[in-house]
Design a protein around this ligand. Structure first.
Ligand SMILES: [Zn+2]
Ligand SMILES: [Zn+2]
Length: 152
């Protein structure tokens, strides 16, 4: 097999993702042997993950701000910040659902109670989880920007 980028050079490895042939130079460009187009794909996924996280936080934050009880601007802002964490606390708890095998046969009321408990739990956890998730996805976004430069 020949290198995808250098048709005259023998391939020594394959792209980890799409299995294109890569020569020694191309195979060692990234920590894992990968072709440029697969690296660009991964980079753009990482970037859209961060955008998704920010969008979730903003949408829930605005929701909390608008539907927060009438306790003045500062109160509504606090509720907004608090609600911004909900989707992230939810994610943490959803991992727990799977871990605990929460695919139970419950009556509808049981599910509603579980749902309510999960929303409240998500709000509590979200205060911690949101900054962690957003910080992590922001780090990945920075990495993605570097990868994109290298892969272009
Ligand atoms: Zn590839
Ligand atoms: Zn090559």
């Amino acid at each position: 097999m020949k290198c995808f980028n250098h048709p005259e050079t023998d391939a020594v490895a394959q792209c980890d993702d799409c299995k294109k042939g890569l020569c020694k130079t191309c195979a060692t460009k990234f920590a894992t042997p990968m072709c440029d187009s697969c690296v660009r794909n991964i980079a753009s996924n990482l970037q859209s993950e961060h955008k998704k996280n920010l969008t979730l936080a903003i949408v829930f934050g605005i929701g909390g701000f608008l539907f927060g009880p009438g306790i003045g601007l500062f109160g509504s802002l606090l509720v907004g910040v608090w609600f911004a964490g909900l989707p992230f606390g939810w994610r943490v708890l959803s991992k727990l659902d799977v871990a605990l095998g929460f695919i139970l046969v419950l009556p509808l009321a049981g599910w509603l109670i579980l749902l309510g408990a999960k929303i409240i739990g998500s709000l509590m956890l979200g205060i911690i989880a949101a900054p962690i998730y957003i910080h992590k996805s922001n780090q990945k976004r920075q990495l993605a920007t570097q990868l994109q430069k290298m892969a272009s």
